[in-house]
Design a protein around this ligand. Structure first.
Ligand code: GAL
Length: 632
């Protein structure tokens, strides 16, 4: 596996005289890739049709002359002000019906045909100019689809496109009425043109209507992306990349990723802990300056699955305090190095820092870079340079199939977001809990899409919360030790209750006859330790019960290798369940100290200490933020 460092650079933010020195300093820090251009549309095309690429040519010259490989971004996440004169109706509209106005970024609606074409056009123009330029080694299309909550748009363009999408899906309005159950509350439609977007209704819109809108919205992202892919593929052989975000789940990344060459994502561990994780105050305090120990690794494994042939990068790595979370502490010394190494251990080809120099102006002036606004080195630079030296010295390490797979499915997120049944029920959170439980046992994990037909080589597979389970997946699960549930195979494609009721799995006699959701403070203790919370199912059937509550409610039923989990376990119970399954699967597990995590490659074991205290594992002492690796 080749490893390299990169950085995000904005030549348009700095006087041209600074560029050569910047480039030389990047190279001195061990950086080989530089991403530019993704927000620079107003400098590439200041007025419609008037292109000014001379500055970009010179920036590419300077960077490339210093030995850097350029990743060129298409600037479509920041349409300039003039674009709104051309298309006043191109703005995304939020669920309250408010347009998302000009003045920041991502203000376009994915369904607006004119803007989609304009995005394709600028990609063509860039492709014509730079597509065969050997200094351009990769393309980034747009920037962070879905960031700032921008996938679901309630614009007129979206409404019209949604009607067309429904007509293609259902063909016949009676079929739609039957599928959605619109006889309930006299919601029946006589034509597709009567159907509105599912917002601003008095109480909840029909769940199938909402789910259809989510599926449609995801498809719109895929279609939007496809236009730029087509433009660039015809003009360049360089790899196409998109930079996904953390916990952005409103579109199916596997579908977008299918037409790209490399998946990348933007990793902001401390920002994410503060602004997008459900965790106790104690946990947030303990990892305040390190980030959650499993959030980054989860996304590394997810995006490795999204990338073609497992190719993935970190396109933006947090280098110090960010500006956008509710609170923005600095990283513990050593964490920038730890995050970088953790990405490499999970197979990243490139870790690229955001950003080179902190901007002294505009929205992100309080966001750290590798350099301070006054050009002095910020603390992240030394750590990046250390990683640069280390990757040059360490022998290549190859990835290998992990012993454990976790099945991940975007439509299940949409299903349970539409029909949560308990406030805050989150598929993502359930998945992260399962992933964390595996990691706390020292296991390495592959994340695998639900469309897989082959799970050979995995000793243990977890598939919690899968709204529907494709028959090929069910068949593949028969070949391994598997845990499914809760809420697995529980609804039809249209979010109705199926008959027979779920999980309806071959070889195991279990039926979910009732479900309950519990408020945050409630739990039911399990026999021998741990508890269930948030979600509890009533299980019927003749298969063996292997975990139960102290009041006799079944938690896990089993036929030996196929296991059904009918509740949401707390951390202790998750740990007990994973140990039981690992034992059945013949997988060795570890009892790791708090904050320590492992990742195995084909040749090396890596250990990461997310704790603010030193920890010891197998006679190795890791300081706070320590990273160790050894041959296995
Ligand atoms: C990312 C984004 C960057 C920058 C960064 C700040 O979400 O792609 O452009 O805004 O966050 O942390």
């Amino acid at each position: 596996m080749k490893r390299a460092l990169g950085v995000c650079y904005y030549p348009e933010h700095w006087p041209e005289e600074m560029w050569p020195r910047d480039a030389a300093r990047m190279v001195a820090a061990g950086i080989t890739w530089v991403r530019i251009g993704e927000f620079a549309w107003s400098r590439m095309e200041p007025t419609p049709g008037n292109f000014t690429f001379d500055w970009l040519d010179r920036a590419i010259d300077t960077l490339s002359a210093a030995g850097l490989k350029v990743i060129l971004g298409t600037p479509t996440c920041t349409p300039p002000r003039w674009m709104l004169h051309r298309y006043p109706d191109m703005l995304a509209v939020d669920a309250l019906g408010h347009p998302r106005k000009f003045g920041s970024r991502r203000h376009y609606c994915f369904s607006h045909a004119g803007y989609r074409a304009a995005s394709g056009k600028i990609a063509e123009i860039l492709g014509d100019r730079y597509g065969r330029d050997p200094r351009i080694h990769a393309w980034q299309i747009d920037n962070e689809y879905g960031c700032h909550d921008t996938v679901l748009s309630y614009s007129d363009a979206a409404r019209d496109a949604f009607r067309g999408w429904l007509a293609t899906q259902y063909r016949d309005i009676d079929a739609l009425n039957a599928a959605w159950g619109t006889v309930f509350w006299s919601m029946e439609y006589r034509s597709f043109d009567e159907i509105d977007l599912p917002h601003l209704t008095v109480t909840q819109a029909a769940p199938a209507h909402e789910l259809a809108f989510r599926r449609f919205s995801s498809d719109q992202v895929t279609r939007y992306n496809a236009v730029q892919v087509a433009a660039l593929r015809a003009r360049s052989d360089a790899p196409l990349i998109h930079n996904y975000m953390g916990r952005v789940l409103d579109f199916d990344h596997f579908e977008v990723g299918a037409s790209l060459d490399i998946a990348s994502w933007d990793s902001y561990p401390i920002g994410f802990l503060s602004d997008r994780l459900e965790a106790s105050d104690d946990h947030k305090q303990r990892y305040l300056q390190q980030g959650d120990p499993d959030m980054q690794a989860f996304h590394h494994d997810l995006y490795r699955a999204v990338g073609k042939d497992g190719r993935w990068w970190v396109m933006e790595q947090q280098p110090g305090p960010v500006n956008w979370a509710p609170h923005n502490p600095a990283a513990l010394p050593g964490m920038v190095r730890l995050w970088s190494w953790e990405a490499f251990a999970h197979g990243a080809e490139v870790v690229s820092y955001f950003r080179w120099r902190q901007a002294p102006f505009a929205q992100e002036q309080m966001h750290a870079g590798l350099l301070r606004p006054d050009d002095a080195a910020a603390p992240g630079l030394d750590e990046a340079a250390q990683v640069g030296r280390e990757i040059a010295e360490l022998p290549e390490v190859a990835q290998t199939q992990a012993p454990v797979a976790l099945i991940f499915d975007y439509p299940s997120e949409w299903a349970w977001a539409t029909l949560p049944q308990g406030a805050g029920f989150s598929y993502f959170r359930l998945m992260l809990d399962a992933y964390r439980a595996l990691r706390k046992c020292g296991l390495s994990i592959d994340i695998v899409p639900s469309t897989t037909t082959d799970l050979s080589g995995y000793k243990l597979v977890l598939a919690p919360g899968l709204a529907q389970m494709p028959p090929a997946l069910i068949a593949a699960l028969q070949e391994t030790v598997a845990l499914v549930g809760p809420r697995s195979n529980a609804v039809t494609q249209e979010l109705s209750i199926p008959t027979p009721m779920g999980p309806d799995l071959p070889g195991i006699d279990v039926t979910v006859s009732r479900v309950e959701s519990l408020p945050p403070a409630a739990h039911r203790d399990a026999v021998d330790g741990g508890a269930v919370h948030h979600w509890v199912e009533t299980l019927e059937g003749t298969s063996e019960t292997i975990f139960e509550t102290t009041c006799g409610q079944k938690i896990v039923m089993s036929n030996g290798t196929m296991n059904y989990l009918g509740a949401w376990p707390d951390e202790t119970l998750w740990g007990r369940i994973i140990r039981h399954l690992a034992d059945m699967a013949g997988l060795p597990v570890h009892d790791l100290p708090e904050g320590l995590r492992l990742r195995d490659t084909a040749t090396h074991r890596f250990a990461f200490n997310y704790s603010a205290e030193a920890v010891t594992f197998q006679d190795r002492m890791l300081p706070p933020a320590g990273v160790e690796w050894w041959a296995i």
